[in-house]
Design a protein around this ligand. Structure first.
Ligand code: CDM
Ligand code: ATP
Length: 314
């Protein structure tokens, strides 16, 4: 039987506005999500048994049923019992490149790759939209990781509207290995600090359109206007994370000093990224930061905006 190798791209948030509370306990969001070509490699093969097995090269990533890739395979097993009975279990090998607990949707991208990979392995014939719906059961970021490219994400992050690809931008990603921020902590802390500003019971983002401020960046993306995109970068989590981690504030300052056209924290952190208009400029800024900060705990990567979230090869 066939096996598949998939590249699962990281995401960054060019815009993340926390709008309000939802009845399901999640937060209503308005986000611009962007895939970047820093990718984990996921190999999926039939196990020849009825079990799911996950192997990963990263010491901080669990290989048991708490691994999001494992949970994705379990979901496919329970949703498609006949296909499971016919094709059996899977072995999943994960080679991590995306830093862990970094706000780059590392686990979500791995789950996305497993949904897409099992769809192929078991000949399920699911459309991308059907894969995205399954992905939403696993986590708010998973549908976007399946869709990829550039998208406006609303609801709890799972409602996607495509935006034109921003293929002209490059990114320098920087992460202090010791700064690991839990997404649940970030949302809880944000709620504890800013709850009084929340809009109550927002059923649909359109219902309170006036209060959402993503219009200018959406228009700038449509017209590929990098200057306005960089002016409109926003991440509400910066308000609670940056005061706790002054090294991230210095990192942002250094990026601007180095000539980045814009800088922002991604998701709930702790990765901070800088935007540039060329690959050589991104490499130059990476080298500058490595030399200036010279911190053994600080890791940097250069990546390009990617029009896809998952790339498949047999
Ligand atoms: C911070 C982001 O990465 C931005 O893209 C996402 O919003 C997080 O997406 P994710 O990791 O896929 O999130 P989930 O696995 O669905 O939820 C993780 C935690 O974040 C909280 N959470 C998540 C999404 C959301 N819209 N509101 C929330 O309050 C959940 O209550 C949960 O405690
Ligand atoms: N396949 C996986 N890859 C990475 N982490 C995983 C995976 N499965 C489970 N985890 C656990 O999830 C936690 C969060 O890791 P992850 O890299 O997904 O964070 P993140 O990028 O901040 O997520 P997000 O941006 O979606 O909020 C880790 O501490 C890790 O133990």
């Amino acid at each position: 039987m066939r096996s598949y190798t998939l590249l699962a791209c990281a995401k960054i948030n060019l815009y993340l506005e926390i709008v309000g509370d939802r009845a399901d306990g999640y937060h209503e969001l308005a986000m611009i999500m962007q895939s970047v070509d820093l990718c984990d490699r996921i190999h999926i093969e039939p196990s020849g048994t009825d079990s799911i097995r996950v192997t990963c090269n990263h010491p901080d990533v669990p290989c048991d049923s708490s691994n999001l890739a494992y949970r994705a395979a379990e979901l496919m097993r329970s949703e498609f019992p006949e296909a499971f009975a016919r094709y059996g279990g899977v072995n999943i090998y994960i080679t991590k490149k995306i830093p862990v607990a970094a706000g780059l949707a590392g686990g979500s991208s791995n789950a996305a790759a497993v949904v897409v990979g099992i769809n192929l392995l078991w000949n399920l014939g699911l459309t991308q939209g059907e894969c995205e719906q399954l992905g939403a059961v696993l986590g708010s970021d998973v549908p976007f990781c399946i869709r990829g490219g550039t998208a406006l994400a609303t609801g709890r992050g799972e409602k996607l509207s495509p935006l034109p690809d921003l293929d002209q931008l490059y990114v320098v990603l920087a992460k202090y290995e010791s700064v690991k921020i839990s997404t649940a902590w970030a949302y809880q802390t944000y709620r504890a600090t800013y709850e009084e500003t929340y809009i109550r019971d927002p059923e649909h983002i359109e219902a309170y359109g006036q209060k959402v401020h993503s219009g200018p960046i959406v228009r700038a993306i449509a017209s590929k206007d990098s200057a306005i995109i960089t002016e409109e970068l926003r991440n509400d989590f910066e308000k609670i994370v940056l005061p706790e981690y002054p090294q991230l504030v210095s990192l942002k300052q250094r990026f601007i000093e180095a000539g980045a056209i814009g800088t922002l924290m991604s998701g709930s952190g702790s990765t901070v990224f800088a935007l540039t208009e060329s690959h050589s400029e991104a490499e130059r800024i990476k080298a500058y930061i490595e030399q200036e900060l010279h911190h053994p705990d600080l890791k940097l990567w250069v990546a390009q905006f990617s029009p896809t979230g998952i790339k498949v090869s047999e």
